[in-house]
Each structure stands twice: as C-alpha cells, then as structure tokens.
Design a protein around this ligand. Structure first.
Ligand code: AMP
Length: 282
C-alpha cells in the first residue's frame, strides 16, 4: 500500500490505475474500526484499485463540536488499511484542500435541513463540499459509504445525481459491537459508565422492529416507545427520534411498506446516532 498526501500524486496514480480497471473509493476521517474496514474490504473485493482518504474535515464540524478532540491514530490506521487490501492511503493536508482564498461550497436542499442537518447546522454543507472535492480528485467508479450515517448517504446520493458526478454509490450495513452499539470512532471517548448504557440505542431500535412485526404502523406510537426507552437513561439527552421515508427523509405518520427510524442522542461528551430500516413485511 502506498501513502501520499499531495493532490498531484493522487491524480497521477489515479490516471494510471484507471487504465487497468475499476477504482473504488472510501472517504474517512480515520480512527479505523470494523465499520471502516468493512467498506475497504468490499471495495477491494469489487474493484481493481482502492483509494482511502483520511482527512478530519474542519468544514463539517460546528464551532462547539469535537474537531480538536477527534481521535487521530494514523500509524495504526495505516496498518489496518494495508491489511484489508487498500492500494492507496491518501492523507491530504488542510492547506492543500482549503488554501487561502477558498470560498466555494456546495449548497444543499431540503434533504440536508432535517434531523442531523437541524441539529448540526452547516454540517452537511461541509460534508458535501469535501466529498465533491475528493470525488473530483479521485474520480472513482464506486464510492463506498456506511449506512450508519444514513442521512449522509441520502445527501451525497442527491448531490451525485444533481451535479452529474460519474460514480456509483454503494451503501453498506452498519457494523456493531457485540452488544449492539454501532461502531464509531467517537465511542472511545465514552466513560465506562456511558459505554455500559450506550447499547440502549440499538435496543430501542430493535424494540421498534418488534412492534412493527407485531402489526404496529402508527408513527406516534412507535416514536413514543423509542423515546421512552432512551429517556430511561438519566444521563442521555435525546436530540431526535424520527420515522421517515427512506429516500426523501420526510416524516411519516404511518409506516407503509418501508420507513427508516433515525435516532440521535447526546451521552456525556459524545453524540451517538443510529438507525434501522423498518419494513412492513419482514
Ligand atoms: P467517518 O470516518 O466517521 O467519516 O466514516 C467514514 C465512513 O465509514 C462513512 O461512510 C461512515 O458511514 C462509515 N462508517 C462509520 N461507522 C460505521 C459503522 N459502524 N458501520 C458501517 N460503516 C460505518
């Protein structure tokens, strides 16, 4: 596996790789766990050349968010990426991606304003802008994203369609710890007590799945049950619990065919998000 930081090096390598096959791309902010590695493995299985970018993107962090405390574990990340078949690890610098005078960003529509977008103003604009820049440089045939960040996948799909980027999005399932907690680079910042109660998110989602299996279709009833479960944990602050259309993310009154249940909470210093697809059948 090669590691480079310069944009020009990536462009040169990408042009060579393109001559012989399909390029897969996994954008990340590092501190790799099985969630990241599952995307890289899939990319390696489906593509001839795999590029992983590792960049903690300041543009997607709010002023009060955890940019400075975001975990940074480059040497471990390098070994992990190499072990799952990544060909190129790209570690761009902030100065190269956001040089003096930088002022162009992606403006998003409705899909970016609800849920995560409402809790984190400017977040998706930062995500879309960096992903657009990375796509321009890497020009991958396939882009690998995790469904853990469900709304992020919807926002990026929308941008790719609307701006005619030529890449196929592959959205892969959430990887979880044994106790159900969705893996996240931020989990390591939970205290032992917080870590012990964190799986309640997944339990609440499982409980909703069960309600639906037993015939419940009313969104209010489903959302109330999830909220009550989460609120049973004193130190947890619920940010939102939403049942929405899986593509538009508009809130649903009733579950018809399919819906996605999204949750976000604050637990100690960490914001946790999780989601599950609910289907009328199955
Ligand atoms: P991040 O480094 O947090 O920006 O994540 C990089 C990519 O990994 C994004 O597409 C995430 O959705 C994905 N990802 C993060 N956590 C998980 C997880 N637990 N399971 C699957 N994918 C994940």
């Amino acid at each position: 596996m090669k590691q480079v930081s310069k944009i020009q090096s990536v462009v040169k390598i990408r042009k060579e790789a393109k001559k012989t096959g399909r390029i897969g791309f996994v954008p990340t902010m590092g501190a790799f766990h099985e969630g990241h590695l599952s995307l890289m493995r899939k990319a390696a299985a489906e593509c001839d050349f795999v590029v992983v970018s590792l960049f903690v993107n300041p543009l997607q962090f709010g002023q009060k968010e955890d940019l400075t405390s975001y975990p940074r574990t480059l040497s471990k990340d390098r070994k992990k990426a190499a072990s799952v078949g990544v060909d190129l690890l790209w570690t761009p610098t902030e100065a190269a991606l956001y040089p003096d005078g930088f002022q162009t960003t992606i403006e998003l529509g409705e899909i970016s304003r609800c849920w995560e977008g409402a809790s984190r103003p400017g977040h998706f604009q930062g995500v879309a802008t960096i992903v657009a820049k990375l796509l321009q440089i890497v020009r991958p045939d396939r882009l690998y994203l995790g469904q853990k960040d469900y709304q992020q996948v919807c926002v990026i799909r929308r941008m790719i369609t609307d701006l005619h980027f030529e890449t196929n999005v592959r959205a892969l399932p959430i990887m979880r710890e044994k106790d159900g907690l969705a893996m996240s680079s931020r989990n390591r910042r939970l205290s032992a007590d917080e870590r012990a109660v964190a799986p309640i998110l997944h339990q609440a989602l499982r409980q909703a799945e069960k309600q639906v299996r037993h015939g419940e279709r009313n969104a209010v009833t489903i959302l109330q049950a999830v909220t009550e479960t989460l609120k049973s944990i004193q130190r947890m602050t619920v940010e939102y619990v939403a049942l929405c259309d899986p593509s538009s993310l508009e809130a649903l009154d009733r579950l018809e065919k399919e819906g996605v249940l999204l949750v976000a909470v604050q637990l100690g210093p960490v914001r946790l998000i999780d989601n599950v697809l609910l289907k009328e059948k199955g």
